[in-house]
Design a protein around this ligand. Sequence first.
Ligand SMILES: C[S@@+](CC[C@H](N)C(=O)[O-])C[C@H]1O[C@@H](n2cnc3c(N)ncnc32)[C@H](O)[C@@H]1O
Length: 327
Amino acid sequence: MDEGEQLCEAARNGDADKVKILIDSGADVRFFDGDGLTPLMHAAKLGHAEVVKILLSAGAPWNALSPSNVSAGDFAMEAGHQEAFEVLLNAGIQAELVLSTIARKTSKNDNSGKDYLEDRVSFSEDKLMDSDSKAVMMAWEKPLMEAHAKAVCSGGGHILNIGFGMGLVDTAIQQYKPVMHTIVEAHPEVYQRMLRTGWGEKDNVKIVFGRWQDVLPQLESYDGIFFDTYGEYYEDLREFHQHLPALLKPSGIYSFFNGLCGSNAFFHVVYCHLVSLELEKLGYSTQLIPLPVKDCLGEEVWEGVKHRYWQLDTYYLPVCQSEEDSE
Ligand SMILES: C[S@@+](CC[C@H](N)C(=O)[O-])C[C@H]1O[C@@H](n2cnc3c(N)ncnc32)[C@H](O)[C@@H]1O
């Protein structure tokens, strides 16, 4: 048996001493066995938290995936191994925090989403697609958008929505009869469609055409804010959060489309924690409200769509408010 196989075996046995000896003698912690599993996955699957710690500190990648797209954290989570799960969760959060600090230092952050915004889009009854057959927005999200609208409109007043898409959240916001409803939309064809469908004529609606990054000086402060763009990265969401103290009134409610890593359960948990931690640093507490979505997501929903951006059974709807206000 070669060293990699031996490491997998020691990990399965929870034999911490043997794992250390093998690592010291040069065994590769990044090894994948014949089933496509790493030593870390073996340890996580059986809940050997101590071995998980040793492998992680020797550089085992927390986010490696098995052939069926399962990570060590997924294995621990599925089997209910709480300690191993928490060790992996902290490793994921720490790694992503470091990565995002690097991204912040190196990114010029002035070009995000520009390719998509210069591209053609197509509308159908149940989706809005980009030219690469990736879904910008899909009708199955309607109940989620209604729940987001309910959350951000709970205090009434002036509501801001970033990203019109199919207008699902904006239609739901209108039902709460906000005093003022501002919509920021950057795609020229989506904007034209908003005008064609009468959004420009509503008394309480103000449309701001442009990227949110570019139109910030035109924005005010709001009682409720919803954020759901497309073609952007986590970095852009984080950048938006930096503006919340100026955009959200002290007692306001903020929510965003929580599609972070929506195709892997464990990565999604890591990102839910990460975003909550980052909002906490800005003075906001985040409640994640679980909404079951399995029933809205039959196979047929994804017909003709290139990327299944959501594959989980539960959606966690974030409701954020100033920590002082939530106490
Ligand atoms: C996922 S859709 C929004 C769906 C919407 N919540 C709904 O209920 O239908 C994202 C929208 O954000 C727009 N968008 C993308 N980047 C943007 C940016 N930087 N600023 C403003 N809007 C943007 C897209 O053109 C698209 O219409």
